[in-house]
Design a protein around this ligand. Structure first.
Ligand code: PFF
Length: 467
């Protein structure tokens, strides 16, 4: 059964499939790789608690706004916004929200696949180790700690390998997106997300019994108000959006494949809870290792990749657990990268009336070109600072600049415009009919979307950029 409303358009085959796909989009490298790295770079507790505040007060209402625009529009993100605008008697110019989002999703896709490539590399490293040393003992038996610590710098220093892995991960993403919604994207979500959760729970429970949680808990949850600067707040809101796939057309695109019967309010709650739960547990899994191994919490993008192999070296069955861990991250990353690729692909195929594989290939070639620049920015192009004229991005290489601009500019701006559009411009009856909320919850959501979210976001943006 295909549960979409409009004739020939493909859709999710069930509500569960939609939930798994949307949770799959949300849960990804953002939770396991970006969240700990951002928390570490922004001082721990203050960042984490403000991040949770952002998820509840801003992320959740914006998530519901995005999926409902998508479901009403039943099209690519720009066209969905235009349809809601047209049905509300407003200007179709609001479609710019969707167009900006599609462009930002494309930018994120390009560097996301670079990190996806690192995951592939570590799968190879652990698989090789398992093959060589067998099941017993920790990973990398007999090898010096400096060897293990050298893995990531070794990878970063090898431009050819970085580019190859990046293109490999992009090609895998292409394969599933080109197959379409039900036999590609939904397939990935329905099979890989449950596997991800099983592996994730097993590994975190294992970590809880073997690791030292104390220091990590106090680092992540001690709220030091003095550390809450404008820049930290902007980083936290950016992380909340990145993690929930918001502000960049990702959730609008997926909402467009949802059926009329799906309760979007409830579904949004499930997506946000699953996503935040995984991020916090990932933090609790990674920081005990970071502290125990004497690594710096503010190591930046390499944090997860540098810290985990050290822990797996000391763990019983380390090579096997390490391999399973990176396979699990690979599943989570793939279910997110397909959503990043789907947003620009849905737009390209609709706009130019192209067959899906052709539209996907066009997006893929563009992402490959940008991805190469990101992959090389860890060594060969390390001195290239594309945004040196913007103070908060002055030090950023190409990779960091794309990451910073999308999470700290495109996402908050996209979300502010979405709130204004859904809260003030769109016909309230149309919105009420789509959102699946009643009574007090509905009133709270409306107040958040109309007043709290746009104002708080504008203030954070101003403070973060100029404060
Ligand atoms: N939410 C994904 C993650 O946390 O890894 C990243 C992402 C996917 C961002 C899709 C934006 C998006 F549209």
């Amino acid at each position: 059964m295909v549960a979409t409303t409009s004739g020939s358009r493909e859709g999710w085959s069930s509500r569960t499939a939609f939930i798994l796909a949307a949770v799959g989009s949300a849960v990804g490298l953002g939770n396991m790789w970006r969240f700990p790295a951002e928390a570490g770079e922004n001082g721990g507790g203050a960042f984490v608690l403000f991040y949770i505040f952002c998820v509840l007060l801003i992320g959740l209402p914006v998530l519901l706004s995005e999926v409902l625009v998508g479901r009403h529009g039943q099209a690519s993100a720009p066209e969905s916004v235009r349809r809601v605008a047209a049905d509300s008697g407003a200007s179709k110019g609001w479609g710019i929200i969707g167009s900006m989002g599609v462009f930002a999703a494309f930018l994120i896709l390009s560097f996301y696949c670079v990190v996806g490539g690192w995951v592939l590399y570590y799968i190879g490293v652990f698989a090789g180790d398992l093959f060589q040393t067998g099941l017993t003992g920790g990973a990398f038996e007999g090898r010096a700690a400096s060897d293990i610590e050298g893995l990531l710098p070794g990878l970063f220093g090898n431009g050819g390998l970085m580019v190859g892995l990046n293109l490999g991960f992009l090609a895998l993403t292409f394969f599933f997106v080109a197959r379409g919604i039900s036999s590609g994207i939904e397939w990935v979500a329905v099979y890989l997300m449950p596997l991800f959760f099983v592996l994730f729970l097993a590994i975190t429970i294992y970590g809880a019994f073997t690791g030292n949680f104390g220091e990590a808990v106090s680092y992540l949850f001690t709220f030091d108000f003095s550390k809450l600067t404008g820049e930290v707040m902007l980083a936290a809101v950016g992380q909340a959006f990145f993690s929930l796939s918001l502000g960049v057309a990702g959730m609008m695109t997926y909402g467009a494949y949802a059926s009329r019967e799906t309760n979007l309010g409830k579904t949004s709650g499930i997506i946000a809870s699953a996503d935040t739960g995984v991020a916090l547990l990932a933090g609790l899994a990674i920081f005990p290792i970071v502290f125990a191994a004497g690594l710096s919490a503010s190591a930046g993008p390499g944090l997860m990749f540098a810290s985990l192999p050290v822990a797996f070296q000391q763990m019983p069955f380390g090579s096997l657990i390490g391999l399973l861990f990176f396979i699990m991250i690979f599943f989570a990353a793939l279910t997110s990268s397909v959503s990043l690729m789907e947003a620009p692909t849905a737009y390209t195929l609709e706009k130019f009336k192209l067959p899906r594989p052709v539209a996907t290939a066009i997006v893929g070639v563009g992402a490959a070109v940008l991805g190469v620049l990101s992959a090389l920015s860890f060594n060969e192009m390390a001195d290239f600072r594309p945004l040196a004229f913007i103070p908060i991005f002055a030090e950023a290489n190409f990779f960091d600049a794309l990451d910073g601009v999308t999470a700290k500019l495109f996402m908050p701006i996209g979300a502010i415009l979405t709130c204004i559009f859904v809260g003030w411009i769109a016909d309230a009856r149309l919105i009420d009919d789509e959102n699946g909320l009643d009574g007090a919850l509905h009133q709270i959501w409306r107040a958040l979307v109309r007043f709290v979210c746009p104002i708080v976001l504008a203030v954070i943006l101003a403070f973060g950029l100029f404060g």
